[in-house]
Write a protein that binds this ligand. Structure first.
Ligand code: TEU
Ligand code: CA
Length: 625
C-alpha cells in the first residue's frame, strides 16, 4: 500500500538508481550532522511488509519516500538485532545479526542503499553497556566461569558492591545485583536484571564491541546512537556514572571510527546534567560528536505549564559551550518515558502532578506519554514545541508519529504505550499491516481522539493545513537558514517572563525567535539595539515587520504563538558613521523611526509625542525607504 506521497519537490532528490548514493563523497562532509534533521523510527512499529503484524526492514524500505518528502536527513534506528525483546531490543543477544522478524542483513543493506540514494543518512542504536542474558557470551560466562567468557561480565560473591550506584528502573528493580543460580554468584546490571552489564575492564570485551561496531560501519551506516554510555565502567565509592575510564574507552572508539570510517557520527545517550554530558564531547571534541540534551527536554514542558521561560533560560545558562566540531541532539520525546531523572525532586513532583494525573502515566522516573497527549492535543502548543525543537541550538531529533500528532496507550506495559504501530491510513490496522488486527505486535491506538481512523498520514497529506504539512514546511524553512544548525545562541531578555526570545546568528544569517509560553496573548518589548536598522522578516510568510530602532521593539503574540524573524542588515548604514554624540543620534533615529512608523508626521517630530508602545503600522513596504 503505497501512499500518494507527492513527487519530490526538488528535482534530483528523487531516487538515484538504488545503489547510487546521493550523499556527498565520504570524507567531504564530516559535520553533516550539524545541519541534519534526525528522525527516530522503530523498525517494529513503522510498517509491516509481510503481514505478520510486526514492522520490518522491508516495510521501512517502502516508506523512505515519505521520510524524504518530510525533509528527514538522517534516520535513527533503535536496536533491530537478535534479541528476546524483553526491553524493546535493548537486550541484544547477537550484535551482528538482524532479528529474523525484522528481516535479514540483505534487507538492511538494501534499506541503507535506498536511504542513501535518497540523500538520507542512517545511524543505528548500539547497546554496548549490557547484553541480554540470552546472549551466548552470558550463557558461557555463567556456565564456564574459567572459560574465555568467564570475565565478560561483572560478577561478585555478594551484592554489596558499588552501593552508591542508583537504580534506574525503579519500577522493576530493587538492586543492581542479581544472583545467578548457575554460576552461584551475583552479576551487575544497571537496567533490567535480564540485561547483565559487560565488563569493560576486560580488553577482550572492548575488542568484541569494537568488532561489532566495525561490522555495521562496513555496511555503510553513518554512525551510532550509543545507548546508556555513562555506565560502562564501575568503581567502588562512586555512583558508577561518567567515570574517566568510560570517557577513555569512548575516545578510543572515536579514534578508530575517525581513522577507518570518515564522516560517521557518534551520538551518545547520556541522561545526565549538562556539566557531565559535555564531557562526552571530549575536551577538544575527540569523543562523541553529538550528545542528547536531556536536561532541556523536561524543562520545555515545565516552562509551558508554568508559563514562565525561566526553566529553559536557566538550563541553557547552565549549559557549557561545546567544542566547535560538536552538536547537541535536541528532542521532545523518544521511545522511552519522558525522563525526569535530571530535574529536582520538587520539579519531578510538579511534572508528575501536571502531566501524569493518572498513575498509569508514570513509568520509572518519568512519564510514558506521547507528545500530543502531553500537550492535550492543543495545536498551538504543539506548533510552539515543534518550533522550539527546530530552533533551539542543536540538531532536532523527531520521533516517528509525532509529525501527525499520534496518541499513546497507557494501558500497555513498560513504555510500549508510546511505541504503537504507525498510523498511515484509516483502513485496517491503520495501513501498518494487512495481517489480522488481533495479530498486531501491539494494538494500534484506536481511541476517539487519536485513533488511526482520524489521526493518520493519509488524511494529513490531503489537508494542506495539517500538522504533517505544517511540520514539513517548518523543516524546509529551517533548511534555508544554516544558523538553526550551526549558529550561536543568545537569549534576549524582556520584562515579560512568559516570553522566551533568542537570536541565532551565523554570519549574515541572523534569526530572532520569539516564543509565547503562555496560553494567553502577550506583549513583549525586546532590546534589539544591536540590530538597529535591521528589518525583521517573518519566515513562514516572508512579511516584513517594522525596522528596528533604538527603542525597545514591541511585539504581541497570540497564546502559545511564536515568531521566527530573519533580521536582514539595513541596505546602506546611513547615520552611524558620523561620530555624533548619542543624544542627537538617539533623538534623530528615535525621530526617524517614529517618523517611519507614521506615529508622528514630519512637521512636529520634534514634539516627541507618541513615545513607547505606540503601534507601528505593519505595511509590508515599511522600511524600503
Ligand atoms: O536508556 C538509558 C537511560 O539512560 C535511561 O535512563 C533512559 O534515559 C530512560 O530513562 C530509560 O527509559 C536506554 C534506552 O533508551 C532505553 O530504551 C533502554 O531501556 C535502556 O537504555 C537500557 O538499554
Ligand atoms: Ca513483518
Amino acid at each position: 500500500m503505497t501512499l500518494p506521497v507527492p513527487a519530490q519537490s526538488t528535482p534530483g532528490t528523487g531516487e538515484q538508481s538504488a545503489n547510487q548514493s546521493a550523499l556527498p563523497p565520504p570524507g567531504s562532509d564530516p559535520e553533516w550532522f550539524k545541519r541534519a534533521v534526525f528522525y527516530e523510527v522503530l523498525v517494529r512499529g513503522f510498517a509491516d511488509s509481510n503481514a505478520d503484524g510486526i514492522g520490518d526492514l522491508r516495510g521501512m524500505l517502502g516508506k523512505l519516500d515519505y521520510l524524504q518528502w518530510l525533509g528527514v536527513d538522517c534516520l535513527w534506528l533503535p536496536p533491530f538485532f537478535a534479541s528476546p525483546l524483553r526491553d524493546g531490543g535493548y537486550d541484544v543477544s547477537d550484535y551482528t545479526a538482524v532479528l529474523p522478524e525484522f528481516g535479514d542483513i540483505e534487507d538492511f543493506k538494501e534499506l541503507i542503499g535506498a536511504s542513501h540514494s535518497r540523500g538520507m543518512r542512517m545511524i543505528i542504536d548500539f547497546v554496548m553497556n549490557h547484553t541480554s542474558d540470552q546472549h551466548p557470551w552470558f550463557q558461557a560466562s555463567r556456565s564456564d566461569p574459567d572459560g574465555p567468557y568467564g570475565d565478560f561480565y561483572v560478577w561478585a560473591d555478594d551484592d554489596t558492591g558499588y552501593a552508591d550506584a542508583r537504580i534506574i528502573f525503579v519500577d522493576t528493580e530493587s538492586s543492581n545485583w542479581t544472583f545467578d543460580p548457575v554460576r552461584k554468584q551475583y552479576f551487575w546490571h544497571r537496567f533490567f536484571s535480564h540485561q547483565p552489564d559487560l565488563n569493560f575492564e576486560n580488553p577482550k570485551v572492548q575488542e568484541a564491541i569494537i568488532d561489532a561496531l566495525r561490522f555495521w560501519l562496513d555496511l555503510g551506516i553513518d554512525g551510532f546512537r550509543l545507548d546508556a554510555v555513562p555506565y560502562l565502567f564501575e568503581e567502588e565509592g562512586t555512583n558508577c556514572e561518567n567515570l574517566p575510564r568510560t570517557h577513555e574507552f569512548l575516545k578510543k572508539v572515536r579514534k578508530i571510527v575517525d581513522a577507518e570510517y570518515p564522516d560517521r557520527v557518534l551520538l551518545c545517550e547520556a541522561n545526565q546534567w549538562p556539566a557531565d554530558v559535555v564531557e562526552y564531547f571530549g575536551e577538544n571534541g575527540d569523543e562523541c560528536q553529538m550528545a542528547f540534551h536531556f536536561p532541556v527536554m523536561p524543562r520545555l514542558f515545565m516552562a509551558v505549564r508554568r508559563e514562565q521561560r525561566f526553566p529553559i533560560s536557566e538550563i541553557m545558562a547552565q549549559t557549557p559551550d561545546i567544542p566547535d566540531n560538536c552538536q547537541w541532539g535536541v528532542f521532545l520525546r523518544n521511545h522511552d518515558e519522558l525522563t525526569l531523572e535530571m530535574v529536582t525532586d520538587e520539579e519531578r513532583d510538579y511534572m508528575w502532578g501536571e502531566y501524569a494525573k493518572d498513575p498509569r502515566m508514570k513509568a520509572n522516573i518519568g512519564i510514558r506519554r506521547r507528545l500530543a497527549p502531553l500537550l492535550d492535543n492543543d495545536i498551538d502548543t504543539l506548533e510552539l514545541f515543534t518550533a522550539l525543537l527546530l530552533s533551539l541550538p542543536g540538531s532536532p531529533v523527531m520521533y516517528y508519529g509525532d509529525e501527525i500528532g499520534m496518541g499513546d496507550n497507557i494501558w500497555l506495559g513498560d513504555r510500549d504505550g508510546v511505541r504503537t504501530p504507525m498510523q498511515w491510513t484509516p483502513d485496517r490496522n491503520g495501513g501498518f499491516s494487512t495481517a489480522d488486527p488481533q495479530r498486531m505486535h501491539l494494538p494500534l491506538v484506536a481511541d476517539p481522539e487519536y485513533g488511526f481512523q482520524v489521526t493518520n498520514v493519509e488524511a494529513q497529506l490531503r489537508n494542506s493545513n495539517s500538522m504533517l504539512n505544517w511540520i514539513r514546511t517548518m523543516i524546509s524553512v529551517r533548511k534555508q537558514h544554516p544558523t538553526f544548525g550551526v549558529g550561536s545562541y543568545a537569549e534576549i531578555g524582556s520584562r515579560n517572563p512568559t516570553v522566551l526570545s533568542f537570536v541565532r546568528e551565523f554570519g549574515d544569517d541572523v534569526v530572532l525567535c520569539v516564543n509565547n509560553l503562555s496560553r494567553f496573548p502577550q506583549p513583549v518589548e525586546l532590546d534589539l539595539r544591536r540590530f538597529e536598522g535591521y528589518t525583521p522578516v517573518e519566515l513562514t510568510g516572508r512579511v516584513q515587520f517594522p525596522q528596528i530602532g533604538v527603542l525597545p521593539y514591541m511585539l504581541t503574540l497570540g497564546g502559545h504563538g511564536f515568531y521566527w524573524f530573519e533580521l536582514s542588515k539595513p541596505a546602506a548604514p546611513a547615520v552611524e558613521e558620523e561620530e555624533e554624540d548619542w543624544e542627537t543620534t538617539a533623538s534623530s533615529s528615535v525621530a526617524q523611526s517614529l517618523l517611519e512608523a507614521g506615529v508622528v508626521g514630519p512637521a512636529d517630530s520634534s514634539s516627541g509625542s507618541g513615545g513607547l508602545g505606540a503601534e507601528a503600522p505593519t505595511n509590508p513596504t515599511h522600511g524600503e525607504s
